[in-house]
Ligand binder design. Sequence first.
Ligand SMILES: *[C@@H]1O[C@H](CO)[C@@H](O)[C@H](O)[C@H]1NC(C)=O
Ligand SMILES: *[C@@H]1O[C@H](CO)[C@@H](O)[C@H](O)[C@H]1NC(C)=O
Ligand SMILES: *[C@@H]1O[C@H](CO)[C@@H](O)[C@H](O)[C@H]1NC(C)=O
Ligand SMILES: *[C@@H]1O[C@H](CO)[C@@H](O)[C@H](O)[C@H]1NC(C)=O
Length: 501
Amino acid sequence: MRLQTSFSSRSNLLPLLLLLLQQTGTSAAIELDIDSYSSIKAAAAQVAGDLANEFWDPTSFSGVPNAQYAWWQHGAILGAYVDYWAMTGDTTYNANITIGWLNGVAPSLDLLPKEHAFDIGNDDQGFWSIMSMDAVERVFPETDEQKRRNAGFLEITQTVHNTQATRWDMSTCGGGLRWQIVTVKNGYKYKNTISNGLYFQQSARLAKYTGNESYAEAAEMSYKWMRDVNLIQDDFWINDGADIPDCKRITPKRWSYNYGTILAGCAAMYNYTEGDRREYWKTQLDSVLNATYATFIDQETGALKEIQCQDSDTCDMDQRSFKAYLARWMGYTAQVAPYTYDSIMPHLRKNAALAAATCTGDPRGTACGQKWNIGPQWDGKHGLGEQINAMEVIQNIAPSVAPVGYIFNNRNGGTSKSNPGGMGKKTSGGKLDKAKKYEPYILPTYEIKPADRFGAAIVTILAVVWLGGTVFYVASDFWETPSKLPEGEEAAGGTTGERLE
Ligand SMILES: *[C@@H]1O[C@H](CO)[C@@H](O)[C@H](O)[C@H]1NC(C)=O
Ligand SMILES: *[C@@H]1O[C@H](CO)[C@@H](O)[C@H](O)[C@H]1NC(C)=O
Ligand SMILES: *[C@@H]1O[C@H](CO)[C@@H](O)[C@H](O)[C@H]1NC(C)=O
Ligand SMILES: *[C@@H]1O[C@H](CO)[C@@H](O)[C@H](O)[C@H]1NC(C)=O
């Protein structure tokens, strides 16, 4: 929070000094002229720089050095920087995007890195695969290192798609992905919209990009299932999730990123399909868009608002970043369903201006706030969420003033290598069952194995996760490049981790 200065004690110069500093800070506020490309680029650069300086370390395994943030948010950040490059042409962060990406995917090549395997749900994985799909569709440059490791953006998105497809669960609720992957977690009994919505969007974008009908079928199946169980209601109220076994008990909370992920998926399907099928998707898209406006746009100010928690200041560290993804996916929708552009873009432009006006916060006078509906002032909130929210909404208005933001496919400029059968490295040789691999083995005693040697490469890693006094043996297999291993990190997500080389 901001320091309140007081002049009641004249003998003390400190308050005056602080006030001066604060005023200097305030004058650093971000200026944004939404009609000027150079101004949009400068504002985006400032917000992106503040995010990078404080909340991003692509060289670390988690990517988000502050423990209150989660691994999935690293995937979200990378997506934001891919968009940043596409919208501004600024290559400042490109090398770090690749470094962060390789830390996330390698060596298992399925976006289930063993250090986080216990914590990763289908939604966390989905955020990374949507980031890689951004890179595919924007034709973000792939490095030789990436290709050498079979860590191209398209092949990884396909791999995540394939492994998630194997988790599609017909045993409860007539289908759907469960939230969590690990069976002992509570979220394994919950089927939520973000997991399924990201799967839907990922499938739809793969269909659009590759032209492969199989992906469209997966998208249609997952969408139909979400409609059937009322995760997406007939009135387009989109719920948070539902409990197994029958999905009758629903958690009716509404989050902006759920609307956003369904929106973008519908837009990609609208784009991919033709004829009656396209009409169907147009109706779905229009309905979700209308519901999005009605739900998340503040009537008085036009500001996007996280209605579930923003006014009450109860948004957690995840929720504080949700508006970023709604803004990103509104921008995406305006590109691939161009008939929505005239409706969407004014909302984004309005919100870019509102968001920038809140960027007067500590510590440097440019931190952005959470509440865009309170006028040109900072609300005291400062974090990864506030920065990425402002970054996405500001950069996503660039297409309104410059010929940028185009979404490519593999027939008109996309170059990322396809590997439709990808299942990740852990499954190669038929030795390991990809889904079962991550069920924790409960060991009677704490056990540390000595390092294995295997061919030319290789060090065995043991990730031992303590949970309620029980030790789970999460995974041990082979790293190609031990030099890339981060030192002394802890497993994310509230568990303590221990790892030996
Ligand atoms: C890349 O990340 C490293 C590690 O966080 C950082 O020191 C460096 O400044 C970053 N480079 C850019 C251009 O952001
Ligand atoms: C299309 O996608 C399916 C499902 O992932 C895959 O099995 C098939 O090989 C793909 N076809 C082509 C031509 O890439
Ligand atoms: C969405 O809202 C617009 C404007 O109010 C309206 O014309 C249109 O019929 C709505 N579409 C759907 C599918 O609800
Ligand atoms: C599909 O998306 C492309 C951009 O990727 C766009 O140029 C094209 O107009 C869209 N098609 C339709 C039918 O809207």
